[in-house]
Design a protein. Structure first.
Lengths: 382, 553
């Protein structure tokens, strides 16, 4: 069993990723300077926006103050909460992609699964007269169930008809978005609104906002996402199903020959993947919009791919990389409001970080090929 | 051949004046992570000779060929071509081909959907003045070449995927010569051929040397080296363990150099000696007493009755296959590669469904049961492709040992894995089966293990649950003597426990040595089942080519 030591993790992956982040910020800084923006002020604002940490006197918003080394330091709770809120759907879609990849399937359809999950949740949220203790889980599970059904389709197509999942998941994204639009147009639309949106969900299905940052989008949904990440981290090494999932992903032929049902495992994995993406949609509806709105899934489903890969397909890795992306995007929005540097800078940083991380992935798989080649060429025994 | 260099007196140092060196390798070293595949190899290939390179699996033969063919760059040492003063560094196979080197590799590289003609000219297509493909010119040139080699029977318009293995090999030879190869290298060309096909290949090769082509022939079969080569180089553990004039050496001497110890253990030496002496059946009597009749009266453990499968996805369809294996009996399945061995093994373990026919384990029909159910009933399986079907290469030893057992009570029995039990189980297996890896023990990644130790994991997993029937496909392929012995010992233990063993192997000597009876597959049918007394290289070999049909009991 792999049980890498803490120092091993620190030295390899985490340190490397930290380097990637620094590199990304460095290059983006050069670009900013070349465009004539104030780099120092922009990164100061980005940092504050991402973490909520600000030096100087308090300005009245909800915050905690410290004095460190003689300087006043404040944690701006709203900004901090926004970063976590932004990370919430990314954690779930990142996990969704990771589950699929662990089973050997590249789920590019988290976007569509999230859209339909959100719609399902919005419909289930219309029910009235339920207590929150029932209604909240009901709406969440409805979103997850719709996502699971949508996610299982590509796996079924693959096992029954040999359709490649990359193709089917991409195409099903379009189907999902248009299906949602169609359903809203034909019956689900709120007649009182101009936009194509559903009615508001009942208050009993709302997820409460964090008490320390009532203006933010941070809700209990964040905790659900963290629990999912920790659960996923435990699932892989500790459960028989997680073991089968890894076997199927890493060596489908060997798994099959040992009596593991590869197709069935993959269908379950894709259903779980879809359920996580669907839950992301449900949480966005329950926390932020309180109804299905167009663009509820933003690009979270696609961003989940980057989150999953950067996080090394592990539960904790996904959690950390989603928090990073969330903080970066949320910080960039704050930066734009403070310094006029476009928030799109975050996209540049993300792109560079993924590029760097990708280089390592490629190099590692090259090294593996090399070992493999050597083994085949020699097959030296004992 | 310009001059058979047979008048030298010292076999290890070759002062041959009248032949010219074609290529010289000087202290060539090639390393792979954790392995020195070629270790300071010196080798001289004389123009026009039939030069054999012999060594066990893993001795570094394929690496050597790949260096000569420009696929690998040596880490140290150099390659000096003909009369050149400067060492030559190939940038890639294209360079080597330009220099007149051709390679017929183990897994040859024809494009299935193209015809023989199209495959041969691929990369050097003759064109007309207008830049169009000049098929007529190509046909003429290849036709001439083929008839000079006595291959005029070859249908140039046949699609490559319809060729037999033997014909495919001839096409590869043709391909290399078409590209102007002066040095033709062949990597274990007879491994997948029936004896008579191999003989035909040697006739062709001798014709090539007559015509002045130099041959570098890589094999691990002593008999072929002695019968056909002019000179032989023995590789052992990546080093040159000696150059010999074939006429001045013996099989025993070569064997000793190959194996590298004076007294190889009984099973291996028996098999190798039997192989060397060309008497595969000799070893039969030495290895175990014949119990055939008595065993079969125990009642059959496995009964395959008139099983047929459809052709699907390149699989060879099985036709009306019937077979019985009794408890304590080993039934070997012989056949040229691709005769349906893989399909038969898969049908029995449940990876492939029979379309018609019955499969019975201890008189219970299992044809409708899936792999897991059959394993639960006592079917053990050693798949032929160790690294794909046998192991999850990215797993640790402990994880790979668990494969297929993860639902069992002792491993957790359901939702959660009992990792401590798993660990203990792995530690025991490592000790029992002497799985040698690295410092991490059961947590060592399987990827880093040698082929022999990887196979020990596969074997351990298959026999640990005390199977009633063990289906072993090519269990020693690619293994060295020591690891092969381990496999033989394990099979014998399983047999002594009274289990039935169905052994698939392309190594006829191994099959004859291990089996109580030998069934021969040809073209998806069983063409004969021979009891041990009657199964010899000749009788089985004849059945393998389909030239005679035996009597299936």
């Amino acid at each position: 069993m792999k049980r890498p030591s803490l120092s091993g993790i620190l030295h390899s992956r985490a340190l490397f990723l930290f380097g990637c982040v620094l590199g990304g910020l460095g290059i983006a800084g050069v670009i900013m300077a070349a465009c004539g923006y104030p780099v120092g002020a922009a990164y100061g604002a980005l940092w504050t926006g991402a973490t909520g940490i600000q030096t100087g006197p308090a300005d009245g918003l909800s915050q905690i103050g410290f004095v460190i080394a003689g300087r006043q330091v404040h944690i701006h709770l709203f900004l901090f909460a926004q970063s976590l809120a932004r990370a919430t759907p990314l954690i779930l879609t990142g996990l969704a992609v990771a589950v699929g990849l662990r089973a050997g399937l590249f789920n590019i359809g988290a976007q569509g699964q999230m859209v339909l999950g959100a719609l399902g949740a919005a419909v289930a949220g219309q029910a009235h007269g339920l207590s929150p203790a029932i209604h909240v889980p009901l709406v969440l599970l409805t979103g997850a169930a719709v996502g699971a059904c949508w996610g299982a389709i590509p796996a079924l197509l693959k096992s029954r008809r040999g359709v490649h999942e990359v193709l089917s998941t991409i195409l099903l994204n379009y189907v999902a978005v248009n299906l949602a639009a169609y359903l809203i147009l034909h019956g689900l639309k709120d007649p009182e609104r101009m936009a194509a949106e559903t009615r508001e969900i009942a208050a009993s299905a709302w997820l409460g906002t964090a008490p320390f940052a009532l203006q933010s989008n941070l809700t209990g949904g964040f905790l659900i996402a963290v629990v999912a990440a920790v659960g996923f981290a435990a699932l892989l090494p500790w459960t028989a199903w997680g073991y089968r999932l890894r076997a199927v992903g890493l060596g489908p032929e060997a798994a099959e020959a040992a009596g593991i049902k590869v197709d069935r495992t993959r269908i379950f994995a894709m259903a779980l993947s879809g359920a996580l993406a669907g839950a992301a949609g449900a949480i966005e509806v329950m926390s932020v919009h309180h109804r299905y709105v167009e663009g509820v899934a933003a690009t979270y489903g696609f961003d989940g791919i980057a989150v999953a890969l950067l996080g090394g397909l592990s539960g904790i890795g996904v959690l950390v990389s989603a928090l990073f992306f969330g903080a970066l995007e949320s910080g960039a929005a704050f930066m734009e409001s403070q310094t006029n540097v476009p928030a799109d800078l975050a996209v540049i940083v993300e792109g560079i970080v993924i590029l760097f991380a990708g280089i390592r992935l490629v190099r590692r798989s090259r090294a593996r090929e090399h070992i493999e080649e050597g083994r085949q060429a020699t097959d030296v025994s004992a | 051949m310009s001059e058979p260099p047979s008048n030298s007196t010292n076999p290890t140092a070759q002062p041959i004046a009248r032949t010219k060196a074609l290529v010289r390798l000087e202290r060539v070293t090639k390393r792979f992570p954790g392995i020195v595949a070629n270790d300071r190899i010196d080798l001289t290939i004389q123009a026009g000779e039939f030069h054999a390179v012999i060594g066990e699996n893993g001795a570094g033969k394929s690496t050597l060929l790949n260096i000569l063919y420009g696929r690998y760059r040596p880490d140290e040492g150099q390659l000096i071509f003909e009369g050149d003063d400067a060492p030559c560094l190939f940038a890639g196979p294209a360079d080597a081909i330009r220099r007149g080197i051709g390679l017929v590799s183990q897994h040859y590289a024809s494009i299935p959907a193209l015809t023989v003609l199209e495959n041969v000219i691929l990369g050097q297509e003759p064109t007309t003045a207008g830049g169009l493909l000049n098929v007529r010119a190509a046909r003429r040139r290849i036709g001439e070449l083929a008839s000079r080699l006595g291959l005029s029977g070859l249908d140039l318009d046949m699609r490559a995927d319809r060729l037999s293995v033997a014909a495919g090999q001839k096409v590869e030879v043709l391909k290399a010569l078409y590209r102007g190869a002066r040095l033709l290298m062949l990597d274990e060309p007879t491994a997948t051929l029936a004896p008579s096909e191999a003989d035909a290949l040697f006739v062709l090769l001798h014709e090539l040397t007559e015509a002045g082509t130099t041959l570098l022939f890589v094999t691990h079969k002593l008999r072929e080296v002695i019968a056909h080569s002019d000179r032989v180089t023995v590789l052992r553990r990546g080093r040159n363990a000696g150059d010999f004039l074939t006429s001045r050496t013996t099989e025993a001497e070569l064997l000793e150099r190959m194996v590298g110890r004076s007294s190889p253990s009984p099973m291996a030496s028996t098999i190798l000696t039997a192989q060397a002496e060309g008497k595969g059946d000799l070893s039969v009597d030495l290895l175990s007493d014949s119990l055939g009749e008595e065993k079969r009266s125990n009642g059959s453990v496995l009964r395959v009755e008139r099983v047929s499968t459809r052709a699907s996805g390149g699989a060879r369809p099985l036709v009306d296959v019937s077979l019985e294996v009794a408890g304590g009996e080993v039934v070997g399945v012989a056949g040229v590669d691709g005769s349906g061995q893989r399909e038969l093994a898969e049908v029995i373990v449940g990876l492939r469904g029979p379309d018609t026919g019955a499969i019975l384990l201890d008189n219970m029909s299992i044809a409708r049961k899936d792999v897991r159910e059959r394993m639960g009933l006592g079917v053990g399986f050693i798949p032929e492709d160790r690294q794909r079907a046998g192991l999850v290469m990215d797993f640790t030893i402990a994880e790979d040992l668990l494969l297929g057992h993860e639902r069992e009570r002792k491993c957790g029995g359901g939702l959660f894995l009992r990792r401590r039990a798993m660990q203990a189980r792995a530690d025991t297996a490592i000790k029992t089966y002497d799985i040698r890896g690295g410092l991490l023990g059961a947590r060592q990644s399987v990827q880093t293990l040698s082929g022999g130790n990887q196979q020990k994991i596969v074997v351990a997993r298959a026999i640990e649950s005390a199977p009633r029937l063990l289906v072993a496909s090519q269990p020693t392929r690619g293994l060295d003597v020591e690891a092969s012995e381990f496999v033989y010992r394990s099979l014998r233990e399983v047999q002594e426990r009274g289990a039935a063993i169905l052994l698939f192997s392309l190594d006829l000597d191994e099959l004859l040595a291990m089996s109580d009876r030998v069934a021969v597959l040809f073209d998806g049918r069983i063409v004969g089942i021979l009891p041990r007394g009657q199964a010899t290289r000749d009788t089985v070999g004849a059945l393998m080519t389909g030239s005679v049909s035996g009597s299936a009991p």
